[in-house]
Unconditional design. Sequence first.
Length: 330
Amino acid sequence: MSVLDREALEQSPLADLHAIASELSIDSYRLLRREQLVEAILARQDGADVSAGAGAESAEDAEPAAPSKPRRRRSRQQRTARAEPESAPEPAPQPAGPPEPEAAQPTTDAVADRARFESLAAEFPSDPLRLASDDPTVAAIESLTPIGKGSRVTIAGPARAGKTEALRRLTNALQGRDDLRLLPLLVGVRPEELSEWQAGPVQPVQALSFATPTSALDRAVYAVIDEVRAIALKGGDAVILLDTLDALHEHAARRALATARKLRDGGSVTLVATSYEPFGGETTVVTLDPALTGTGRFPALDLRSSGTIRPELLVGEKNAAKILRERARA
């Protein structure tokens, strides 16, 4: 059975330590400081009875956990000047609804993989996905906002900009590849879109509509994250095609984005996700222009707000210079 490594735990974000502690059923783990939390996780792994009893700071002194709030569409200025987190108000009672979809609980191996994955060095993508499609939208993305194995991508734009359609076209361009494990993941989308995806050539690994509780959408994403981490640790390359980040709590959306990376001594996880606006931390942003989409003028890329970090690693210095000229012309 895999074991958790102290060094990897000490380098993990506090939110991930909280997640591991929760999965190991450590009592009152939010009352523990980081170093105490690491010791508690290691002790529980060795079979000790762990709680936050003696020696733990009070809740007022403990390091606060990230608030669990759904993603909200907000302006760039609001995101930059985000206020300090406040306690969420007590929600009003809601009528009873259908039970939340069941989600598989992480195994001890998955928890160990998470810690080991986070501890490995990552590097900027240098191996392009090579979409090789005649579709004008896909061709424009490949040439002007290149994507590589390990890229962290958002397809951004307001309603009716064509984000879901662009994601579906990218999925079709990647189908049948022996070198990639494709995982379309639909969370919080329209029921009609669920039917369209399920009738396509690549079946979603999860397909949940916007009627599904946000906590269940988060759990579906966490399950896929555990799967792709294991693939990358074994040297494979996985691609998550996620529609949509906007339906998730912010921490779940951030964890999904942060999982995408090229491991220096392993495989890669690529994430291509739709979002109302860029989230932050992407290596590639593909912004769609609703005016072009609405009048059927494709490709509908807004080059002024689209781009890839270090494009020369994917397309070479000459083509990277060409991308800069195209953006200047736009």
